[in-house]
Design a protein around this ligand. Sequence first.
Ligand SMILES: [Ca+2]
Ligand SMILES: [Ca+2]
Ligand SMILES: [Ca+2]
Ligand SMILES: [Ca+2]
Length: 403
Amino acid sequence: MNTKHHPTWRYLAGTILLLGYFWTASAYGQAKPAPFTSKDFKKTKLTGDFISEGVAVADLNKDGRLDIIAGYYWFEAPTWKRHELAPSRTFEPRKEYSNSFLNLGMDVNQDGWDDVVIIDFPGKPAFWFENPKSTSGTWKKHIIADSVGVANESPAFVDIDGDGRLDILCGDKDKKQIIWLKSPSKPGDTTWKRFAMSREKVPGTEAFSHGIGYGDVNHDGIKDVVVREGWFEGTSDPTAGNWVFHPANLGEACSHMQVLDVNGDGKNDVVSASAHALGVWWHEQVVDEQGTLNFVTHLMSTTTAQTHSSLMADLNGDGRAEYITGKRFLAHHGRDPGDADAAMLLYFTFTPGKTPYWQEHVIDNDSGAGLNIVVQDINNDRKPDIVVANKNGVYLFENRMKK
Ligand SMILES: [Ca+2]
Ligand SMILES: [Ca+2]
Ligand SMILES: [Ca+2]
Ligand SMILES: [Ca+2]
């Protein structure tokens, strides 16, 4: 039978196409909105491949230009030619996680060549790749503190001991302790030392705990650690392991928690964003008549869900840091409501004392953010640029804002 022009077959084919369309539309959410990128930024898509949800910036080939790192790959400035640090592959964004959750570029062993720190799946030990000092050499893999599975899904790269080198603030899932991993301080040294801040069996220290931050909550000049269940009061010794936990309500499960005075009343507040649901909040610090410190949560935005990373950085050059966050596109492979919606990248400016205290700005709607965000001046024009990597690819946003 010649089926080529048979009306029944044409009808059937049309029906199948139509069903396919509706299935796709319902499976993948609404059709993509019109592409939008703020004129304040120049967008470059380095790849659409899902290779990492962490991202970092460092000059890996020592040519004076900052390169972009996404997991086991790096993109060479200024053409963004892709190189592999170690054997890896492109992951399936609707089915898999990658082997790289958060990244950091730093010269770990201080031999003059920038290395790559990778935080793997929550609860696994972190590691770093040693720069072979040539594009053809092999990057040696070193485990960072192998007894420590890095717990809490938003570990922070912060300088805890003030030696000018970034350390890792996280949880230890075995001891259920807030700890930090001190980056090697002497040239040639490759050991990251584990120091406990809190006592054992405290909140925020499970492999999948959501939300941790570092800042001075009680205004005594010493930074404290915040988790969503409360805060650990910092002492002058971050190696003492006796930081006292004060329960407080810092809202829902979230990503990196930022400590800042949002309303300008002299008391530091906390800004957080939902890691897997909807909401960006500021938690206003209040002190009752007994002197007990707590927080009152205020909603800032419901523009996008799955905001699984955040960073404070001064994008507009007014001397005050902005809060930058973005959607972790397909965070759970499309299983959560809104998981596959537009991959938004946003920032919030703050003007304490003026109501509302913040203003939201959309940077882009087809990029999002992964599990950490980098803000650094990539193109040497003294304006900080934004770099993100997630299940939607790797993106650079060059800052074009006028001061
Ligand atoms: Ca370079
Ligand atoms: Ca090095
Ligand atoms: Ca403090
Ligand atoms: Ca305040």
